[in-house]
Write a protein that binds this ligand. Sequence first.
Ligand code: UN1
Length: 484
Amino acid sequence: MTDAKELRQLIAGQWSAGSGQRVASVNPTRPSVVVAEGNSATVNDVDCAVTAASEAGKAWARTPMHLRGAVLLEAAAIVDSNALPWGLELATEEGKTKAEGVGEVRRAAQILRYYGNEGDRQAGEIFASPRAGEQILVTRKPIGVVAVITPFNFPIAIPAWKIAPALVYGNTVVWKPATTVPLLALRLTEALTAAGLPAGVLNLVIGDSPIGEALIGHAGIDAISFTGSTAVGRDIAATAAARGVPVQAEMGGKNAAVVLDDADIGLALDQVMLGAFRSAGQKCTATSRLIVTEGIAERFLDQLATRAQALVVGDPTDEATQMGPVITGAAQRNIYGGLGSAINDGVEVLAGGQPYFKGLLAEGFFVAPTVVEVTGRADIWTEELFGPVLAVRRAADADEAFTLANDSEFGLSAAVFTRDLARALDAVEHIDVGVLHINSESAGADPHVPFGGAKKSGLGPKEQGGAAREFFTYTTTVYLRGGS
Ligand code: UN1
């Protein structure tokens, strides 16, 4: 007897059971419990989905942007009104706490609203012409059929921030979510369908990497928006480049928090804890490195270790829980494997580091909130583990701290804690990241401003705000003169 939800595919406006191999998502807190299951899509389904998206594209591109936006606004209302039940489902399927799950569903609604309202904003630009009797218009047109590939860690917010702009600018979408979180993908798709999205404009294909590969390699795809690992992102970009298809790839991070001597210690502790351990550290924007200057290092690290040890780890649907499990057994093994090598390399464990041996914490995919201090080079300082593990180094002064913050092939986000405005301005100038927080944690994004990384963290145009418009449209420069 199971009350697992049945997975379905949406192709050309038709929901179907799919005929590929069996896929299931499990509750990472109690891995014997299946949350959603069903058949995956097949390569033929991908083909049908791309064809449907292509056919639906003609009418959708001609639909006034105001009306496209109205569908997103209606979907936002549906998503918002389901924030509690879907947030709970999200916590059950993904493992982040219920508060974070509910917050994420509301955030998806906010993103849908932002892009829904885009339907009534500026649609292009007009420039003066050097020639008499002429104006130069720059108009925007959709690029076509967009393949959207999304990760497990934000099962509804990341899909919303890719799909909403794609749709409002007149594109059609074939979406492949992570198979670990298909339930929330169904919820978002159902909301958009119920809001009146025409058949074929959004197609959902659920499946593992062969389905992703079929989608990326399909000749009918005009653009790809991907969030996930750097290795997969680079493969996708290589495939896409060979066919001249634009890619927006949001990839790894190894984000530093820098705490300088003059920081407000209480504030910095609160924010570093949130950055490192919220969502069990499974955000590309999570704080996975910490750099503390000598003057406060001892005191700060003592208090941080105490707080990490006191963090309430458990079932994410319990109100008291502050951190849930990681997504899969494989992720858990990978994190503990990385920690094991770090310990062999001689790092000092300040908190956590050991697996749990009894009760729910041993049954589920839990990883203890861990803080380790690194003195020389170590993989744990450079490799993304995507879990609740914080690697710490001390720096003599702010200059050395900023140099250490840049000591990464990634450049997604960073956080700097200081009350000295001059130091904050130095950080803006010297730290090479796409998102910089002064006195707040390294994670977070807003729909109206660009989001994405520098260095190896991102490829192609950034996401959200005006950046999304750049990616999801192309411009036509129109030289406009009267006919006589
Ligand atoms: C956030 O920090 O709230 O996969 C968003 C990720 C990022 C999104 C982070 N693309 O974690």
